[in-house]
Design a protein around this ligand. Structure first.
Ligand code: ADP
Ligand code: ZN
Length: 436
């Protein structure tokens, strides 16, 4: 097996890919017009019919679809195939409100698993590998998505799901897992637990990890790579578009290739909806051109990111997306200043002895926002004198001020006092309740 799962698609010439996308888009638009009254109404409102869509150059004529549309049409309103042809349902993890559900035909499941098999192959996975999947199994797409991809790629699959961390580690050693799939925050926790149990990366056979489902920084990547003795790769996806595997990282580790034969990506200005030129930072919008049961046309992800068509060292021609900075709705506005949790993580992880465990607390007192960053001390730091701890607080506070542009109160807390996550980490506790 080579380094590509599907070389023809992954390295396809640009013009050929555009032609493939155009052909699939035209068909998909016809499919939703014929089968989903909700889409038909939205298109009529915008004065566009399937006849206006002749190729990807016409994509911008179509209306956007938002999470609100998904909630409005819950559960069956966007279904484009009879339920009797659907074989699976998944649901979002509900990070930002009411969950949405997505439906899959057998072809949809095959396409999704194929995308995940590409991701596993890109990090060196073959049938010689043991792939330990510790994303949650169930309605959440992480577990079953990577599980299916691992099967497809021929890896020996360990369907662990999340939790029972010591048992995970025992199996990892006994069964010589080589690839680990979970959220980056859980990977950091597994690394921490391995060291606590008295093991080192040399006791493991792990070589690569596929970590996604939440934002994580380059600094976090370095820390996980060191603590587990592996290469850590990013993977991106969302339930609405099937799940993980919409985009995956290659050996170059500098951005994720989007599976463009299935998903057309655009970057828009989140305020005006205008399509931005390549290289601009904006909101990522996807059109799924092969999904049958639950097609998404110009779906606004709210993820803020940049696309690049620069040639990649791996030989793939698929467009790359940078690590999303977080969602537009993850962005905190504190005393009028925009703050992304990822900026805070970058500052913290740059410190020597950094702990990947932190929590941001935002509240309101006397009509002013309060902003506290709780940072967990590592065991080493905990034994330091009060004076050196105070100095550390001051130092973090200064660094935060220079990066964020506002002052945060830094609270250093005891080792192990911030709850660990086995899935998506809860980094922000905002008690202001200004937005629902
Ligand atoms: P929910 O919206 O409830 O969290 P999902 O589980 O479908 O539901 O999560 C999809 C979202 O997770 C994406 O829109 C994105 O914000 C985030 N996400 C997924 N993968 C990554 C990644 N590799 N980096 C950053 N964010 C990611
Ligand atoms: Zn590449």
């Amino acid at each position: 097996m080579g380094k590509y799962w599907n070389e023809e698609i992954e390295c396809m010439d640009r013009e050929q890919m555009k032609a493939l996308q155009s052909e699939r888009l035209v068909k998909q638009v016809r499919h939703v017009w014929d089968n989903v009254p909700y889409y038909r109404e939205k298109m009529k409102e915008k004065g566009v019919t399937p006849d206006d869509i002749k190729g990807i150059e016409d994509l911008h004529k179509l209306p956007f679809l938002s999470k609100a549309d998904l909630r409005d049409s819950y559960p069956y309103g966007l279904l484009a195939k009879p339920l009797s042809e659907c074989v699976r349902i998944h649901s979002t993890s509900g990070t930002t409100g009411k969950r949405v559900v997505a439906f899959y035909t057998q072809n949809d499941v095959d396409m999704w698993e194929d995308c995940c098999a590409r991701a596993i192959t890109a990090v060196g996975g073959t049938k010689e590998d043991v792939c330990q999947v510790c994303y949650g199994y169930g309605l959440f797409t992480g577990g079953l998505g990577l599980h299916g991809g691992s099967h497809k790629a021929g890896c020996l699959t360990l369907p662990m799901s999340s939790g029972s961390t010591e048992r995970q580690i025992q199996f990892m050693m006994d069964l010589q897992s080589t690839i680990l799939c979970c959220t980056p925050s859980y990977a950091a926790y597994i690394g921490e637990t391995i060291h606590k149990m008295g093991y080192t990366p040399d006791d493991l056979k792990l070589k690569a990890g596929i970590f996604g489902a939440e934002p994580w920084t380059e600094e976090m990547r370095k820390q996980i790579e060191e603590s587990l003795g592996i290469k850590a790769y990013d993977i991106y996806g969302l339930t609405e578009l099937s799940g993980p595997g919409v985009a995956f990282e290659c050996e170059c580790q500098n951005g994720m290739h989007i599976n463009e034969d299935n998903f057309i990506a655009e970057i828009i200005d989140p305020d005006t909806g205008e399509v931005l030129p390549e290289g601009s930072k904006g909101e990522l919008v996807f059109t799924s051109i092969t999904k049958e049961a639950f097609p998404m046309i110009r779906y606004r992800t709210r993820d803020i990111c940049v696309l690049s068509r620069e040639k990649c060292g791996c030989g793939r021609t698929l467009v790359k997306m940078a690590k999303p900075m977080g969602r537009s709705d993850d962005m905190l506005i504190i005393r009028g200043v925009n703050v992304f949790p990822s900026q805070i993580e970058t500052v913290l992880m740059k410190m020597s002895n950094a702990s990947p465990n932190y929590q941001i607390e935002v509240g309101r007192e006397n009509n002013t926002d309060t902003f506290v960053i709780k940072v967990e001390l590592t065991d080493g730091m905990f034994n330091d004198t009060i004076r050196s701890i105070e100095e550390l607080e001051r130092k973090i506070s200064q660094d935060m001020l220079s990066v964020l542009g506002i002052k945060a109160k830094i609270k250093l807390v005891e080792p192990n006092s911030i709850p660990r996550s086995e899935g998506k980490a809860v980094r922000v506790i905002d008690t202001r309740k200004l937005i629902d």
